[in-house]
Design a protein around this ligand. Sequence first.
Ligand SMILES: *Cc1c(COP(=O)(O)O)cnc(C)c1O
Length: 373
Amino acid sequence: RSAMDAARQVVNFSAGPAKLPRSVLLQAQKELVNYKGLGISVLEMSHRTSDFLKIINSAETLLRELLNIPENYKVIFLQGGGSGQFSAIPLNLIGLKERRCADYVVTGAWSAKAAKEAEKYAKVNIVHPKLGSYTKIPDTSSWNLNQDASYVYYCANETVHGVEFDFVPDVRGAVLVCDMSSNFLSKPVDVSKFGLIFAGAQKNAGCAGVVVVIVREDLLGFALKECPIVLDYKVQAGNGSLYNTPPCYSIYIMSLVLEWIKNNGGAAAMDKLSSIKSHMIYDIIDSSSGFYVCPVEKKSRSRMNIPFRIGNVNGDEALEKKFLDKAVELNMISLKGHRSVGGIRASLYNAVTIEDVQKLAAFMRSFMQMHQS
Ligand SMILES: *Cc1c(COP(=O)(O)O)cnc(C)c1O
């Protein structure tokens, strides 16, 4: 078998950077050296040319279309990743109110990091009793929102712990800020409920290097004076994300992914697929009589990242190693759980197909038959 055929059979369940649609990679390959007959690559194109403006404008137009983004929101493309936004958010928004405090909902590793970073610039209030483990969303009736908070922050999908919101929290008119890095474009979203949404591209919308920020216009212009200018939303929005050189190639790849999503039925179609794919795996877990164990409470389970243990609730590490080794033999890669939680994690982003998930499901069934006592 040729190397090309072998490569085609690899199923990538990585949590990020993650699988991209094959057609996107092939188009990028085709256009790499000679972009649309211009004789140069996007990699060597000035960001001030009309050709690049077409690319960045197309990315923005597609995003606006796919998420139905209202006109009073700016779409900006920044660097620094999702983690850069952990700083940019307090630096830009804490000045919205005098008290310089912010409300955080902490449901996993990523929102915990965001809250910790915000403490450098703000008084941080965790709105709910602290969780002993990240396996659920604390009941919203237990949330204690602070009237003086400049914004309320949460993470829509915790990539490491597999906890996902299936609702938009009601924050009674406060400015709602959301990290959608790992479930961006996996379902339609009512942008008008948010003050700001951000998403790093490398999970569900492209490759590493660019983070999308969707921010309501009236929230611009409150940056602290010590906010780095490249992270200042007002400056970047005012310059069409071109205050300085943007991550041109990552924006180009994102535009291809957005086009692929549009051609495949948009966010609503991704929503249906996500539901089907994640149920295929959760159904096996739930009918395995405890052979597979997902620690997350059912109603907060992520459709994007499915963490589970094998053998018992704490995981039989020898059995889990066997599972991972066998999976690699079968060309299913990156199923190892995050180093902080161990076990297995299957990430089922938009580009992961039903066939990919069927392959994993079949393997999980046969592995269980061989090893269940
Ligand atoms: C990956 C991830 C981040 C961090 O992204 P970087 O680009 O590595 O900084 C933040 N939030 C969530 C939910 C993520 O999945």
